[in-house]
Design a binder for this molecule. Structure first.
Ligand SMILES: NC(=O)c1ccc[n+]([C@@H]2O[C@H](COP(=O)([O-])OP(=O)(O)OC[C@H]3O[C@@H](n4cnc5c(N)ncnc54)[C@H](OP(=O)(O)O)[C@@H]3O)[C@@H](O)[C@H]2O)c1
Length: 306
């Protein structure tokens, strides 16, 4: 093929796949973020990689003061140094959400350092895609996902919310997954149950928090191309957002303070299950049979998880 045609073809492919990504995962027009966060103190959990890191950069660029939490201290320190060089006030809090009982001390340190928090972006998360057949001797798959995605964030908020409620002002932005809003799918049980548990808890306490001036927003995030989704080959081929695009959804929630941000297709995607349960179950079985566990989920490649 003529090299010019090949370049032209790639350009068209790039434009088309970019348009499909944006249609499936709309993430634009976050409005006046600076007005919402300038001079405010925001805790971003999971700030060492992916969406959390991109969110921290976006917020720093809009004048927020930041508290950054994750396990990988070196990544947090590197990011904090870079943001401080740009004039942002940043604190770093290495912590493991897998040990929920340890998080009271972390919360105390954050409050001691900043006085108060205006916003918590509950973003840190642990994904897991593994067949039940590979999990019969892996109860820790379930305890870890529950700790990191549910009990750890609950523990952190139990320590942070009282100060927000006393001040009569605050905002919790939760990064959930569309998996919580769609019918459950094979291999994702541990992950989806843990994300669903936190989503249910947070929605349940929202009417208790709102009268105290604490708003809650949940982002039902679709696929993002990050370290988390990378081990699953099919995810690399599906349309998804990069972390900077996904951070614009966080910005939208911060500006609008709306209770939920979700892709437009979440509701229609639930219809096939309602209309044809038998056919839908059969389709899920076929999906399960025709797909495979990733090499990591099977323990055949480096890294503990799928
Ligand atoms: N990627 C997707 O397709 C997708 C789709 C829907 C929803 N989400 C959700 O989006 C959020 C961000 O995901 P991402 O794609 O940006 O993933 P990522 O790149 O893997 O980042 C996850 C972040 O969570 C932190 N984290 C993981 N385990 C932790 C622990 N035990 N204690 C403290 N921090 C921990 C990680 O930091 P350390 O490793 O340094 O601790 C990292 O900063 C997650 O809540 C995820 O469930 C992702």
């Amino acid at each position: 093929m003529n090299p010019l045609h090949r370049v032209g073809g790639r350009l068209v492919d790039g434009l088309v796949s970019g348009a499909v990504d944006r249609a499936v995962n709309p993430a634009r027009d976050h409005g006046p973020l600076r007005e919402a966060v300038e001079g405010r103190t925001v805790l971003v959990t999971g700030a060492s990689y992916g969406l959390g890191e991109a969110t921290a950069r976006l917020l720093a660029g809009s004048g927020a003061t930041l508290a950054l939490l994750a396990r990988t201290e070196s990544r947090l320190v590197e990011l904090a140094d870079e943001l401080r060089a740009g004039g942002t006030r940043v604190s770093v809090h290495p912590a493991d959400l897998n040990t929920p009982e340890s998080l009271g001390d972390v919360a105390d340190k954050i409050l001691a350092e900043h006085g108060h928090l205006d916003v918590v972006v509950n973003n840190a998360g642990k994904s897991l895609r593994r067949s039940l057949a590979l999990q019969h001797d892996r109860f820790h798959d379930f305890s870890r996902t529950m700790n990191v995605n549910y009990l750890g964030p609950v523990s952190l908020l139990l320590h942070l919310l009282p100060a927000m409620r006393r001040r009569g002002a605050g905002h919790v932005v939760n990064i959930s997954t569309i998996g919580v809003r769609l019918p459950p799918t094979p291999r994702w049980g541990a992950y989806q149950a843990s994300k669903g548990a936190f989503d249910t808890w947070l929605r349940s306490v929202t009417p208790e928090l709102e009268p105290d001036g604490v708003d809650v927003s949940t982002i039902y995030m679709a696929l993002m191309h990050t370290r988390m989704s990378a081990p699953t080959p099919i995810m690399r081929r599906l349309p998804g957002l990069d972390p900077d695009e996904a951070a614009e959804l966080v910005a939208r929630a911060l500006v609008s303070r709306q209770r939920e941000v979700a892709p437009w297709w979440v509701r229609p995607a639930g219809v096939p299950e309602v209309l044809g349960r038998g056919a839908y179950s059969a389709a899920l079985r076929r999906l399960y049979e025709r797909s495979a566990d990733s090499a990591r989920a099977q323990g055949l490649a480096d890294g503990a998880d799928a």
